[in-house]
Write a protein that binds this ligand. Structure first.
Ligand code: ADP
Length: 244
């Protein structure tokens, strides 16, 4: 049965920067259990949509998730409402270990210093996140020494520890090796079965392999929405996005 929190409903979201309309009336319905990709040419407004949903830029419209309208909440309350994001350049604490990064992510309400002193206790939630993102064997490694791909997985692990039910991921596979891409695609499918996952992506092979649904943006608007096959058959998408 679908509960009230099982989807994120975005209606008529608009973002204007100094008179320039970056996002021009975007609607999105993000269902739980789907890996949803957001694609489109550079400058289409994809990152700005994610910035609006996570409180980093001001937007008009609505974005209902459960009882919360994300557009009216500050960033920290959006996290508490269960909505988390990653960035193209991972924002992990480079000096700390993988496990300490996860401890901090889970300890948003507690002083970080006390958590760091607490030795050798790995909380079940941290242990589970390590396993899900495949970093158990690197738990004691300094995060700054991880590969780009491993840092992305650590960021996803931090969202898991925060119990994010909606995950907004900004080009997670950019700069990853072929093996890392496959591992990431499988990770998205695993976390996507129980959560709402939306991924900004440029790599169409990756989208084709792992998308349940795709939304195509262009010039601040939604151009098309559907399965990969539906998107690929859309003449507007072919014209604007694929350059045909
Ligand atoms: P995408 O993620 O699809 O590449 P963006 O959301 O980054 O697109 O950008 C959409 C448009 O908004 C671009 O034209 C970009 O230059 C502009 N833009 C993004 N952020 C700002 C900002 N802080 N100030 C002014 N313009 C911005």
């Amino acid at each position: 049965s679908v509960g009230r929190k099982d989807y994120l409903e975005v209606r008529d979201i608009r973002v204007v920067f100094d008179g320039f309309v970056a996002v021009d009336g975007v609607d999105l319905t993000l269902l739980q259990g789907q890996v949803h990709f957001l694609i489109g040419p550079n400058g289409a407004g994809k990152t700005t949509v994610v910035d609006a949903l996570t409180g980093l830029v001001k937007a008009t419209g609505t974005a209902h998730y459960g009882d919360a309208d994300l557009l009216s909440l500050p960033s920290h309350k959006i996290v508490r409402a269960g909505v988390g994001r990653t960035f193209q350049t991972a924002t992990v604490f480079e000096e700390l270990t993988v496990e300490q990064n996860l401890d901090i992510a889970g300890g948003v309400h507690r002083p970080a210093r006390r958590l760091l002193r607490r030795r050798r206790f790995v909380s079940p939630r941290v242990r589970e996140a390590l396993a899900v993102v495949g970093l158990t064997h690197l738990a004691d490694r300094q995060a700054g020494t991880l590969s780009h791909g491993q840092k992305q997985w650590l960021e996803i692990g931090m969202l898991l520890v925060q119990d994010a039910q909606v995950m907004l991921l900004d080009e997670p596979v950019a700069g990853m090796s072929a093996d890392e891409r496959v591992a990431t695609g499988e990770l998205l499918q695993r976390i996507g079965t129980e959560r709402t996952v939306i991924v900004i992506e440029h790599d169409m092979d990756f989208v084709r392999a792992y998308a349940d649904v795709v939304t195509v943006m262009s010039a601040g608007k939604v151009l098309a929405h559907g399965t990969v096959d539906e998107i690929r058959a859309d003449p507007e998408v072919q014209r604007v996005y694929l350059g045909h």
